[in-house]
Ligand binder design. Structure first.
Ligand code: NAD
Length: 387
């Protein structure tokens, strides 16, 4: 099988779909791997490392798209890449088809068979292919570092000859994958951490990391598939009221609360921001879906009149492109091995592939397009609603 990896072209995207370690694994299994020149440069991986791992270095995107039977990408193809997609090519990427259904529709029209790893079911045996978890781990860690730098204060309690400095008070909202990583990181730095999530099951995980779980009079928010459910407006208002005091006292708030397919809940209102002290920081990881803070400007860092800093930067995993690419590429290769096992089999030629097996939950859930059609129902519905 010829596996191709182009350079990511979306501005700000610094990750790459395969790293030399995973290239070597694929080459060892007998595949050929072609990497566009410079694909790993932003992630500290020059062409020479890929060549050493056994990859062919290709001069441009055109040659990668034309040679690849399996095309591995981080992001969905951009407008100028879409015309390069050939019928029958198998595209695997984090396409976010529910956010960008039009792009998924155009991929389908190209005749490519596409899989989007963000649609991975949250089941135990798919954990090693779960890019959302891997990228949330990077984002949760990085958010704390951003918060610590912006706050310009010590996280640990310091007892010095010049007296004692109290530890930073960190509040983490949403204790899913990113939130738990943020808690662990803030604790390692020595901060005093409180956290809250509407899923009662998260309490034990929060406490096991040494943070205290806020007991708030908010109803059970457990939804389907281990995710939170969307809260009604009055429930969200009650949650804001209950969070007012912990937010006021916090030096750094890391917010990660999200509900799949919905706008992120607004947990920090303008008034709550105004109650915070000058120099307090909110790092809002929910910016892609509107943000958990009413004043978040997705993509930007803003400072309020009262001196509160709100960091709504997007693409946080791309700020650590090397480890983010390592994790992403391991997810991808595990998915690829799974696809080889249950679908591609001995065929080993994309042109001879049979239909995507319906009885395999992992392939069925992640398959976006095949045979010129959008086969992912929820994406089809989103596209129809957007037209
Ligand atoms: N393969 C697997 O088994 C697998 C993989 C990853 C995650 N998970 C589980 O899935 C769940 C969700 O993980 P995620 O990090 O992707 O979630 P997510 O990114 O959708 O949301 C982040 C967190 O925000 C919380 N949240 C939503 N609304 C909130 C509100 N109004 N107030 C406070 N918190 C709110 C959610 O409960 C969640 O914990 C977790 O239980 C996680 O352990 C399972």
């Amino acid at each position: 099988m010829y596996i191709g990896v182009p350079r990511e072209r979306k501005p700000g995207e610094r990750r790459v779909a395969l790293v030399p370690e995973t290239v070597a694994q694929l080459v060892k299994k007998g595949h050929q791997v072609g990497i566009e020149t410079g694909a790993g440069a932003e992630a500290q991986m020059p062409d020479a490392l890929y060549a050493e791992a056994g990859a062919e270095i290709l001069p441009d995107a055109e040659s990668v798209f034309s040679k690849a039977e399996f095309l591995l990408k981080v992001r969905a193809p951009l407008d100028d890449e879409l015309p390069l997609l050939r019928p029958g090519t198998v595209l695997i990427a984090q396409m976010m088809p529910l956010v960008e259904p039009e792009v998924a529709g155009r991929v389908a029209k190209s005749g490519a068979i596409s899989f989007s790893l963000d649609l991975m079911p949250r089941i135990t045996r798919a954990q090693s292919m779960d890019v959302l978890s891997a990228m949330s781990t990077v984002a949760g860690y990085r958010a704390v570092l951003q918060g610590a730098l912006l706050a310009e204060r010590f996280f640990p309690m310091l007892m010095t000859a010049a007296g004692t400095i109290p530890p930073a008070k960190v509040l983490v909202l949403g204790a899913g994958v990113a939130g738990l990583q943020a808690i662990a990181t803030a604790r390692r730095l020595g901060g005093v951490v409180q956290a809250f999530d509407v899923r009662p099951a998260s309490r034990e995980q929060v406490e096991s990391l040494g943070a205290s779980f806020l007991s708030l009079p908010v109803q059970d928010g457990e939804g389907e598939g281990g995710y939170a459910r969307a809260m009604a407006e009055d429930e969200e208002e009650r949650e804001r009221q209950a969070l007012a005091e912990p937010v006021r006292k916090a030096d750094v708030v890391i917010s990660t609360a999200m509900v799949p397919g919905r706008r992120a809940p607004v947990l920090v209102s303008r008034e709550m921001v105004d109650s915070m002290h000058p120099g307090a920081v909110i790092v809002d990881l929910a910016g892609e879906t509107g943000g958990n803070c009413a004043l978040t400007q997705p993509g930007d860092v803003v400072v309020t009149e009262g001196g509160v800093i709100i960091d709504g930067r997007l693409d946080v995993p791309s700020t650590m492109p090397l480890p983010a690419s390592q994790l992403f590429s391991r997810n991808l290769v595990t998915f690829l091995s799974h696809a080889m096992q249950v679908w591609v089999g001995e065929t080993q030629r994309a042109a001879e592939l049979g239909p995507v097996p319906e009885d395999d939950e992992i392939l069925r859930s992640t398959c976006v397009s095949a045979g010129g059609e959008l086969v992912h129902k929820a994406t089809r519905e989103r596209l129809a609603a957007a037209l």
